[in-house]
Design a protein around this ligand. Structure first.
Ligand SMILES: Cc1cc2nc3c(=O)[nH]c(=O)nc-3n(C[C@H](O)[C@H](O)[C@H](O)COP(=O)(O)O)c2cc1C
Length: 411
């Protein structure tokens, strides 16, 4: 049955991330919503990120006293109020005025870490000054390595706890909605221009009086005056470096004294390599289905990666987390923490800071409820006993039955 969703404008009245998503679709112009929503090519990776959760079911324990529950975790020796954090999303200023500050402030208020994208529209120093809290910084390995070194130095000076280097984007994914929405690079076509005019509330918030948001961290990388989103597009495309290799991770490790996290790995052998290079953590990710299409989801590979690294670094993951129960499934399979991308971005697009706050609140209360219903009083006590991969069990049973049948046939 199709459920009716809240159709008002107050994000505090949304009961699910899906409701925030529906509000976001109404509040921001089409080109912004597609920017958040879309994946690459056939969007098979994007779909896989959601499908995987329906293949994992809970196996609750009964008659356990769950009147006191704890959903907090300890990550890199520090307490976090929930097992998830806000992952890096670029251009957040396109969704709400100073969107990066709104997201970072919401995370700080909730007591969870926030990862700032290097493609943010607010500078990292300003985000830290305005929001406080636990801020990590995401970087791409641009061809101009000096810029990466300068950004790392800025992050260190500003008190950033962890550097998150994204490794899945050395070549840009094919995002057809992005190509379709523009008449020429970053010049909206007529249909989208008219659609923008039909969103005066968004225009008043985002465009007025500052104009289109600009890249606030990339000034040193881009030619003078090219930090506008439009000016930067071609410069940034040239800066992506397909020659990126483990040597570059070693180079960064030598320069960055803080926590180093590698984001975008998907293979147990790569995870083991990250351990040997001295990384402190990894984020299993297919970039929210925006890069390689037809990829496994991070959840698919999580158990094998956890087994491969054996606690030697923190294993985090992202992709498709929209319910507290999704986060609980990842924690039961051995994750140290989860990153959410679109969940909080929908909140931001639906209603700025209030929407981001609401997204976090929805996820936290859902995690708390699911942990209780599972008959477990602490998120840290969850393990694989509490979940079951439905299709895998079925495949295994079918394979065993098939083998038995074959054996009988040959006897
Ligand atoms: C609008 C948007 C912008 C993103 N920008 C970045 C970015 O600048 N750097 C990065 O490492 N990942 C970026 N990502 C990927 C996210 O960090 C994360 O891997 C992904 O969103 C997780 O999937 P989910 O959105 O289904 O939660 C972006 C994702 C979205 C949706």
């Amino acid at each position: 049955m199709q459920r009716r969703l809240y159709t008002g404008r107050d994000p505090r009245r949304a009961h699910s991330i899906e409701e925030l998503r529906a509000m976001a679709a109404r509040r921001v112009p089409n080109f912004c919503f597609e920017y958040v929503e879309g994946g690459s090519e056939e969007e098979a990776s994007l779909r896989r990120n959601r499908e995987v959760f329906s293949e994992i079911a809970f196996k609750p324990r009964s008659l356990v006293d769950v009147s006191k529950r704890d959903i907090g975790i300890t990550l890199f020796g520090r307490r976090s109020a929930a097992p998830f954090m806000i992952g890096p999303t670029g251009f957040s200023g396109l969704l709400a005025h100073e969107g990066d500050i709104a997201l970072a402030s919401a995370a700080a208020a909730a007591g969870i870490p926030f990862i700032l994208s290097n493609a943010s529209t607010t500078s990292l120093e300003r985000v830290i000054e305005r929001a406080g809290g636990r801020v990590w910084m995401q970087v791409y390995m641009y061809r101009t390595r000096d810029f990466v070194a300068t950004l790392a130095q800025r992050a260190q000076n500003a008190g950033v706890e962890a550097l998150v280097v994204t490794t899945d984007s050395a070549i840009y994914g094919k995002r057809e909605w992005d190509l379709r929405n523009y008449a020429r690079p970053l010049k909206l076509d007529l249909r989208n221009t008219l659609d923008v005019l039909a969103h005066p509330r968004w225009m008043m918030d985002v465009l007025w009086p500052h104009g289109m948001p600009r890249f606030a961290n990339l000034g040193d990388l881009l030619p003078p005056g090219q930090d506008s989103v439009r000016g930067a597009a071609s410069a940034l495309a040239k800066e992506l470096d397909p020659s990126l290799s483990w040597e570059d991770i070693r180079w960064l490790r030598d320069r960055w004294p803080g926590l180093l996290i590698i984001k975008g790995l998907m293979h147990p052998d790569d995870a083991a390599r990250a351990v040997s290079l001295g990384a402190d953590g990894i984020v299993l990710s297919n970039h929210g289905g925006r890069q390689l299409d037809s990829s496994v989801s991070a959840m698919d590979v999580l158990p094998d990666v956890v087994d491969a690294v054996k606690g030697r670094l923190a294993v985090m993951l992202d992709g498709g987390f929209r319910r507290g129960g999704d986060i609980v499934k990842a924690m039961a399979l051995g994750a140290d923490a989860v990153l959410v991308g679109r969940a909080t971005t929908y909140g931001l697009a639906a209603g700025g800071r209030a929407g981001a706050d609401r997204a976090i609140e929805i996820l936290m209360t859902e995690v708390d409820r699911v942990v209780g219903l599972l008959g477990c009083s602490s998120i840290g006590a969850l393990d694989r006993q509490y979940v079951q991969w439905m299709l895998r069990e079925l495949r295994r049973a079918t394979a065993t039955a098939g083998e038995a049948a074959l054996e009988t046939e040959w006897q």
